[in-house]
Design a binder for this molecule. Structure first.
Ligand code: ZN
Ligand code: ZN
Length: 377
C-alpha cells in the first residue's frame, strides 16, 4: 500500500465517462513511478488538487540525482509505488489564495525540502529552520510528473535568462554554497576536492569562484575534463598518480581545505594525508556503512571537520540562481543526457548502471504549444 502523504497522487480508479460533467471530471497527468526495485512505469494518475499555502506547479524540467538512484536501486527504502524526484523547475499553474508574491504563470524553482508546517519554527514562518523537513520524492510523491504540489514558501522566482533545464540542476551548487560558507576558503588557499561527480564538480566551481586554488581528484578522465572547465587549477587522476605526493608537492604542507564528496573508505582515509595541520575538512559524500572517522588523526593534526548535510535552505538557491543568471555558473553543462518524461525508465537505467559516461540526466516535460520548454528565455 502506498503511504498517506500530503503530496500523494492516487491512481485514478474512475472510468472515463463521456457524460461526466466538466467541473466534476478528474484531471489526469503522466508520471514516472517507481513500482519496484529498478523498475519505472509511466502511469496516468490524478493530478494533485490545490490545498492551502500550496502551489500547483506544471513541471518543465527535472534532473535525476543520486538520491533518486539510491531509491530506484533499493538502497533508500521508500513505500512503493512512488513518483521520485526533487530537482526541478516549472510554471505556477494554480496558487492557493492569500499569497501575493507569486502569480499563475510565474517561472519558478522549488526548494526540495518541504517544511513540516507544524513545528515551532514553521509557526514563526522560519521554514529554513524547520525541525522536520521532508525531501519531496522520498517522503511523498516527487517531481517526475507533469504536475506537483509545492509549498508556496519553497518557491523561488526564476529570471527569464535562466533556462528551465539549468534551473532544474542547481542542487550541487547549493550544497557547495553551504559547504563554502562553512569551510570559508580564502584567496589563494588550496582546496582539494575528492570526487568529481556532480556534487564534487559543484564544489570545484564554487571553491574556484571564491578565489581558492582547486585540486580536483577523480578516476574518470571526462569528469576531470569538466573539473578543468569548472575552474580546477590542477586535476589529479588517482589511477595515474600518487595523489598524496602530488598534493604535498603543490602545497608544501598539505591542502588548507579538503572537501570529501565520495564517502568511500579510501577517500575518507585520504583526508588525513592531504589536509595540512590546522586544516579544514568538509564531509559531503556518504555511502551507508562505508567509512568511519578515526579520531586520533583529527586530534593530532588539529583538524576542523564540517558535516554538510545538504543545501542549507537559507538563501543558497536564490544566490545560485543569481550566479547562473550572471553566467558565473553553468548548471546545464553537467547535463550529459536529455530525454522526455516518457523515457524515464531508460533515463534511470543509464544513470544507475553508468554503462556510458554520464554526469546528469535531465527529463523534459509538458512540451508543446504554450507549454514551458527547455529553451533559454
Ligand atoms: Zn538531489
Ligand atoms: Zn517545521
Amino acid at each position: 500500500m502506498r503511504s498517506r502523504s500530503p503530496f500523494l497522487c492516487r491512481k485514478s480508479t474512475k472510468p472515463a465517462a463521456w457524460h461526466t460533467r466538466p467541473e466534476m471530471s478528474v484531471i489526469q497527468m503522466n508520471a514516472a513511478v517507481i513500482t519496484d526495485v529498478e523498475r519505472i512505469d509511466i502511469q496516468s494518475l490524478e493530478r494533485p488538487t490545490l490545498r492551502p499555502n500550496y502551489a500547483l506547479i506544471r513541471v518543465a524540467a527535472a534532473t535525476l540525482c543520486g538520491t533518486d538512484l539510491h531509491q530506484y536501486g533499493g538502497k533508500i527504502k521508500t513505500p512503493l509505488p512512488r513518483i521520485p524526484g526533487h530537482d526541478f523547475s516549472g510554471v505556477v499553474e494554480e496558487l492557493a489564495p492569500g499569497h501575493h508574491k507569486f502569480h499563475e504563470g510565474d517561472r519558478v524553482v522549488v526548494k526540495p525540502s518541504f517544511p513540516c508546517g507544524k513545528c515551532e519554527y514553521c509557526a514563526r514562518a522560519d521554514y529554513g529552520s524547520c525541525e522536520d523537513k521532508k525531501l519531496i520524492g522520498l517522503h511523498g510523491d516527487g517531481c517526475m510528473a507533469e504536475y506537483v504540489l509545492a509549498p508556496i514558501a519553497n518557491l523561488v522566482p526564476l529570471p527569464d535568462a535562466v533556462s528551465f533545464e539549468a534551473a532544474a540542476n542547481l542542487e550541487m551548487f547549493t550544497v557547495a554554497m553551504n559547504t563554502m560558507k562553512r569551510v570559508q576558503p580564502r584567496l589563494g588557499e588550496w582546496v582539494a576536492v575528492l570526487g568529481q561527480g556532480p556534487i564534487g564538480l559543484g564544489q570545484t566551481r564554487m571553491a574556484s569562484l571564491s578565489g581558492a586554488r582547486v585540486i580536483a581528484v577523480d578516476v574518470r578522465r571526462e569528469a576531470l575534463e569538466m573539473a578543468r572547465e569548472f575552474g580546477a587549477d590542477v586535476t589529479l587522476n588517482s589511477t595515474e598518480c600518487d595523489v598524496v605526493a602530488e598534493v604535498k608537492r603543490l602545497t608544501g604542507s598539505g591542502a588548507d581545505i579538503v572537501v570529501e564528496c565520495v564517502g568511500a573508505k579510501a577517500t575518507v582515509d585520504l583526508i588525513f594525508q592531504l589536509a595540512r595541520k590546522e586544516g579544514r575538512v568538509a564531509n559531503v559524500g556518504f555511502q551507508v556503512g562505508a567509512a568511519t572517522y578515526d579520531l586520533i588523526p583529527i586530534m593530532l593534526r588539529s583538524l576542523t571537520i564540517h558535516g554538510v548535510g545538504g543545501n542549507g535552505g537559507r538563501g543558497q538557491y536564490e544566490t545560485v540562481i543569481a550566479l547562473t543568471e550572471s553566467g558565473k555558473i553553468r548548471p546545464e553543462r553537467l547535463i550529459t543526457h536529455r530525454m522526455p518524461l516518457t523515457d524515464a525508465a531508460k533515463a534511470f537505467s543509464i544513470a544507475h548502471k553508468k554503462s556510458e559516461p554520464v554526469l546528469k540526466v535531465a527529463l523534459s516535460l509538458n512540451a508543446g504549444p504554450n507549454r514551458p520548454t527547455l529553451a533559454r528565455g
